[in-house]
Design a protein around this ligand. Structure first.
Ligand code: NAD
Length: 439
């Protein structure tokens, strides 16, 4: 007769054989390596692959994909080149021996992600501009790959619905899905949001998050580029590719608002904003500042102010005011403090634990989960935080207060007429409140 333990483990093995639940790594495989595929090898992708290789000594870079060949060359060169020491000597790259990615597993162009997913990879790192995230995640999850995907998850509500469906499927089949909402993997932030969510301070009444920073890079137009290539090379400035900076960048702060509020959506969203310091084709159609009010059904309010402007003071902080105290969060310091109103003369608590690199922690946890056959799934909050960011943008563009229901039902889908380098991308029309129609 089978014991309960035998039953559970033999069921797990059967399900694994059916591809429904991943077996503990190694128990069902001759090759103990974890084959990683990187899609989008710019700044973040080049960092993410290092973190993946550092996370697991059996991980190898198996395949690489980018829209442009020069980006692949730069990424592979960067990974394999020796580092120069202060005395002029060279030390071999720790990653050079972990690259098993011959030319036939280097993919370029609009269909590069699909080819990479079919190349025998186990884990896919999705680090392209967010426009492509829903379609890449859909393909990777349907192919039963474990996925790390950078924030934000999409640029429109149609994309978010696709992301949520992929997250549901990943959970059902038991593959891991981790997001690049990296503050969720920062130990100081876990501790301070743990204080807030413990209920010790009572309910959250108000949150204020700031993301005040300088403009992002611009790549000068080259004569040989088509308009599609120009926009792809400058994706953060084009709505259909990057979603505007409130979605692309300030989504980190919005995710922390969402975290403080217990991962529950606001009821209504109102936003002010505009484009005070941006002109010229290189700035596409993105705004340069937003101020959002998120209203919750229980009367709580959250505020986000964000800008990408020159010559201004910069700040990236969070204040979470609860019934009995307030938490102050300066993640980059790091400095996480709690004040109780009963004795506000000194902090009742501050974080004093370890501060490992959150980007490394997320990959450490992802690869440990894959090895252990215990999938992680960030699906719910990563979809919700992205839709909150899109709601902030759409409320601003339209000049209207939007309800969460309207956001969930939005049919917006920002797509070009076709995916080809000689196709005409969407015209970079700057939205004007009063003229712009939310839909
Ligand atoms: N978690 C974080 O703190 C953090 C930090 C920086 C960037 N990001 C996110 O990472 C993503 C990438 O940002 P980045 O700074 O690396 O940008 P980047 O421009 O440096 O890199 C993006 C790369 O994707 C390539 N690409 C474009 N379309 C592609 C496609 N369809 N298929 C394959 N490759 C494609 C580009 O050619 C480029 O090499 C963005 O979503 C960004 O918001 C997250």
């Amino acid at each position: 007769m089978l014991s309960r333990r035998d039953f559970v483990s033999s069921s797990a093995a059967n399900l694994a054989a059916l591809g429904l639940v991943p077996a503990v790594w190694g128990s069902a495989r001759a090759d103990d390596r974890i084959k990683v595929g990187l899609v989008g090898c710019g700044g973040r992708g080049s960092g993410a692959i290092r973190q993946a290789l550092d996370a697991d000594k059996g991980a190898v870079l198996w395949a690489i994909a980018d829209m442009f060949e020069d980006k692949i060359t730069a990424c592979l060169n960067g990974l394999s080149k020796p580092s120069e020491q202060p005395d002029g000597s060279e030390v071999a790259s720790p990653y050079a021996s972990r690259i098993d990615c011959p030319k036939e597993r280097q993919f370029v162009g609009f269909d590069c992600a699909e080819k990479l997913i079919a190349s025998g990879v186990d884990v896919v790192l999705l680090c392209t501009p967010p426009h492509f995230r829903p379609m890449h995640l859909d393909a990777a999850v349907k192919a039963k790959k474990h996925v790390f995907c950078e924030k934000p998850m999409a640029v429109d509500a149609t994309g978010v619905r696709s992301i949520l469906e992929s997250a549901r499927l990943a959970k059902e089949q038991g593959t891991s899905l981790m997001s690049g909402f990296c503050w969720r993997y920062s130990l100081p932030e876990r501790a301070v949001y743990g204080q807030i969510l413990s209920g010790d301070l009572g309910r959250v009444r108000s949150v204020h998050a700031t993301y005040h920073t300088s403009p992002i890079w611009i790549r000068k137009r080259e004569p040989s580029w088509t308009e599609m290539q120009f926009q792809l090379r400058n994706w953060p400035h084009f709505l259909w590719l990057g979603g505007d900076h409130i979605v692309e960048q300030a989504c980190h702060s919005i995710d922390k608002i969402n975290w403080a509020m217990g991962n529950r959506p606001p009821a209504r969203v109102t936003t002010l904003g505009g484009r005070a310091m941006r002109s010229g084709e290189e700035y596409g159609n993105a705004y340069d500042h937003f101020a959002v009010i998120y209203e919750y059904d229980d009367g709580a309010r959250a505020f986000l102010t964000t800008r990408q402007q020159h010559h201004h003071s910069n700040e990236n902080k969070d204040w979470v005011a609860c019934e009995k105290g307030t938490c102050f969060i300066n993640g980059w310091a790091p400095q996480e403090t709690r004040i109780d109103y009963a004795d506000a003369s000194r902090p009742a608590w501050h974080y004093s634990g370890p501060t490992p690199d959150m980007y490394q922690t997320e990959h450490d946890e992802l690869f440990a989960a894959i090895r252990a056959g215990k999938p992680v799934n960030d699906g719910t909050f990563m979809g919700l935080s992205t839709l909150m960011a899109i709601a902030g943008r759409e409320a601003c563009y339209s000049g209207q207060t939007l309800t969460w229901k309207e956001m969930l039902e939005s049919k917006q889908h920002l797509v070009p007429p076709s995916y080809a380098m000689d196709a005409t991308p969407p015209a970079p029309v700057v939205p004007v409140p009063g003229q712009y129609k939310f839909g």
